[in-house]
Design a protein around this ligand. Sequence first.
Ligand code: NAP
Length: 261
Amino acid sequence: MDLSQFSLEGKVALITGGSRGIGEATAIQMAKAGADIVVSSRKLPELERVAGEVEKLGRKAMAIETHAARLDQIQNLVDTVVKEFGRIDILVNNAGTTIGAMAMDIEEKAWDAVMNLNLKGVFFLSQAAARVMKNNGSGNIISVASVNGYVTNPMTFVYSISKAALIMATKSMALEWAPHNIRVNAIAPGYIETKLLNATWAHLSEEEKESVKAESASEIPLGRIGEPKEIADVMIFLASQASSYITGRTYIVDGGLLLKG
Ligand SMILES: NC(=O)c1ccc[n+]([C@@H]2O[C@H](COP(=O)([O-])OP(=O)(O)OC[C@H]3O[C@@H](n4cnc5c(N)ncnc54)[C@H](OP(=O)(O)O)[C@@H]3O)[C@@H](O)[C@H]2O)c1
């Protein structure tokens, strides 16, 4: 089999939330596939650590501190990448947040924090990057949605709404930008071992947390919580020529969690 179609050689990838978890794994896997990497999030020291790991793999790397829900910072991020690298081939909209609040209790500030990062920020960063990609003649945008875009539970109320809307935003952007040779897709992870997942159980003792985690893992047909790299590997497929005829789709990567309905 010719694996060169999975190569990202010569590509420039911009990854939000690149300081840890799924974003960090994506930076490393994309660098291994040949891409130069820009990582952004709110904490520069963590980003610089990831950029250092990318450089050890022989790729160019840059860390840019950015709050991914602030429109002025988003434009500055895109401008800086273009100034430094001359192009953006791949945008990974990975930064995301959740808040544990029921529909009866949620306050405007919490609603805005989740929607502004998970939806509004994703759209306006995609728009800014797409304008650059249009001028370059091609581009690839991948967003991280969630299985919660398909199913909900009380504590993930606003998070689920934001991720469901992100799945539709993916379709809408894909349709509008296909004539510019810009593909737009998403991945909907199930339970993945990261700080965000563990924050869901932050109110529990270590012992209770381990027990709830084991219970969650037992509900997954593949019998375990996923690793960030298992999302990053699907990202390589979607960012590469191997998926050249796919746009507007969201790939569920959940160990079979949603099969049970
Ligand atoms: N883990 C799961 O089980 C799971 C399941 C489904 C979907 N997801 C999605 O996967 C994506 C990545 O999450 P993760 O699990 O890898 O979580 P994580 O380890 O907590 O990483 C979240 C990343 O987002 C960054 N971030 C948070 N708020 C930000 C902001 N306002 N501006 C810029 N960057 C921000 C964080 O860096 P800073 O703190 O430095 O800003 C960090 O790099 C999210 O969109 C999440 O909804 C995760």
